[in-house]
Design a protein around this ligand. Sequence first.
Ligand SMILES: *Cc1c(COP(=O)(O)O)cnc(C)c1O
Length: 425
Amino acid sequence: MNHHQFDTIALHGGQVPDPVTKSRAVPIYMTSSYVFEDTDHAASLFQMQEPGFIYSRNANPTNAVFEERMAQLEGGVASFAVSSGQAAISIALLTLARAGDEIVSTQALYGGTYHLFAETFSKFGINVHFVDGTDFTSLEGKINKRTKAIFTETIGNPNMEVAHLEKLSEIAKRHGLPLVVDNTFTTPFLLKPLAFGADIVVHSATKFIGGHGTAIGGVIVDGGRFEWSNERFPSFNEKKPAIGNRSYVEISREKAFILKARFELGHDLGATLSAFNSWLFIQGLESLSVRVEKQVANAQVLAKRLGELPHISWVNYPGLESHPQYHLGKKYFPSGAGAIFTFGIKGGISTAKRFINSLKLVSHLANVGDAKTLIIHPASTTHARLSPGQQAEAGVSPEMIRLSVGLEDPVDVMADITQALKQCT
Ligand SMILES: *Cc1c(COP(=O)(O)O)cnc(C)c1O
């Protein structure tokens, strides 16, 4: 365990200056493979008898620094960095569930995750039940013998629903299930889901962690507390010839999940994170708290100002008292409700599109968490693959606009919004 504070871990966690070259920055190890000392050493690495690097699809020294730093920032025991947020969610859940199994998920989800669950997982024979994250009775009613996980986002995308992590964790524990939480929107700076009972945390590192809109990546963090000898998870306790006739639980009770994720799904599906992208995420982590603090402050100013404009019919941001879960947000993320919010524009979908087309400074693109301010119309883009019924379930209305607030001076962003509103209303 690292006894340092968050900001110190963000700069130093998981790294010592390179002992050979004395390089202060983390080197980018662009190598596919690592030379074995001899054949016994090779065999021992393959059987997981000792730590070390074999092939960069499984592990890489640059990625290892990013992974250790993320685990420390989230308060977990280990993590596994992968090629995207989608890969992180897929690998985390496929480590738990197989054909015939089920997952219970809150329904307000990132569009890609919704599609992964509703379309791709169902083709693999894994059935995901989508439930209203505030209706705990119906959520618990969907759990049965085949259920392998409960999944939620900390702040639902894009309906801005705040997950009641302690309630979800209580239900998960009652049924011997791991709670898997997507912490992309809040980042470990604002919220550490493991501290509120989550078992596994996933991220799209593409967003606030990278922070500059430069690289796609994801990470899975293992909280290390889930009891895998639980009868729902026999595969964690089966002895495997590939790992020295031991089970993952025998190798490490604490890290069984992340070992299995890395050496089975990660190894087989091959969604490897490039060392270069890992290096970019390490740069991002160094300034994560400074950026997020400022972006939250800017979002707070802009959400309030937008709510006062006559052309705006509503603003949905957990940082505003008008949000139905404002107090729940204060409990889970007292330092701020993130930098993303949605709003509705009077005049409906056609006015919303004209408004976006009239912006000059704010970037119209499909991303969030960049240092620059970003805007999108979810119904016709990120959530367009969903049917109108599915859109309604995910909380996407036709006139909704999503804003991800960056580091620009809010005065300039507000001026851009005001001039665009003048042109379309
Ligand atoms: C972007 C995003 C993802 C997917 O991440 P990628 O890096 O784009 O694959 C998953 N969850 C949330 C909340 C996201 O914002």
